[in-house]
Design a protein around this ligand. Sequence first.
Ligand SMILES: Nc1ncnc2c1ncn2[C@@H]1O[C@H](COP(=O)(O)OP(=O)(O)OP(=O)(O)O)[C@@H](O)[C@H]1O
Length: 357
Amino acid sequence: MSEPRTLLAIDHVSKNFGRVTAVDGISLDIRENEFFALLGPSGCGKTTLLRMLAGFETPSDGRILLDGKDIARTPPNKRPVNLMFQSYALFPHMSVRANVSYGLEMDRLPAKEIRSRVDAILTTTELVPFADRKPEQLSGGQKQRVALARALVKRPRLLLLDEPLGALDKKLRGAMQLELKRLQHEVGITFVIVTHDQEESLVMADRMAVLRDGKLLQCDTPHTIYEHPADRFVADFIGVMNFVPGKVVADGVVAANGARIAGKVPAALSPGTSAVASVRPERIRLFPEAQTANRTTGTVEALAYHGLDLQLHVRTPLSPKPFLVRVTSDAADRRPVSSGDQVELGWDPADVRIFAE
Ligand SMILES: Nc1ncnc2c1ncn2[C@@H]1O[C@H](COP(=O)(O)OP(=O)(O)OP(=O)(O)O)[C@@H](O)[C@H]1O
């Protein structure tokens, strides 16, 4: 397979607002035709970074290269970049078609070309039946698609989306996540989306960057970030993780109560240092086979059905917080458990991740 081409190179970019460093020396490459997510808790600097890509903020330091050309100081309207706002910013008095045509009319394109481009994008976004309606006559999801159509019709090299699904209810969000991904692949435009919703990035992104306090913690595929988080913060922020605090030994961590959790110790952690061993809820087995290396017993404190799986909270001697364990409903049916039961838990050393405290 050929190497993916870099469309946008963010090179040691920082942004200070007075004494606040909102973005702190971030470098990352975004590839052509990629669905890329910027993710992090509130205040981590993701919106500021997006605004610098759009041209609404100028970096205090560093370069932003689009196709190798530094655009850090190019005004927004001179960049082949479009920003879709969370509020959609549709013109209320104009029809869907007029909203979508507007940008091309401002660019003074020939009427025939405008018509064919607008028709094509209305079809892609499944808005043809609503072309003559005003925004107030549309549902939230339809408005979102109009905003998207309006941004895409200009054929930007890069489309920036700031919390694009933030205004939608949970069920519609799920549907639109898949819809957005489909559209992105269909139009072949690079998308950079900002979100604080880790589930959303896992579902949609080809690759994602996790930010905290203006710094880049990890940039990779959702799968790698989920399976091999760079540090404890990422492990905790993405998905659910069980943590066992303790001290490093050669081949694992010894918990406070003396139990040993076997796992691969990162080279940077020398024996005797404080660390946490961690394991995902779906990697834990109830009533494991005898040879399972890591095991503990605990008491079921609570259980909740989530359709396909059952989530258990199990109090163990390993950590102050109950372990979260996810078992399939099938497995739970074969050997039912209820609140108050004593259970055995087991997991493999290969599923253990060890981090500095
Ligand atoms: N114009 C500004 N002047 C001063 N400080 C700012 C300005 N814009 C952002 N900041 C600060 O920079 C930091 C990063 O803000 P930013 O909006 O980029 O975060 P965010 O990750 O997008 O957060 P949220 O998810 O809450 O929108 C915050 O501490 C914020 O208060």
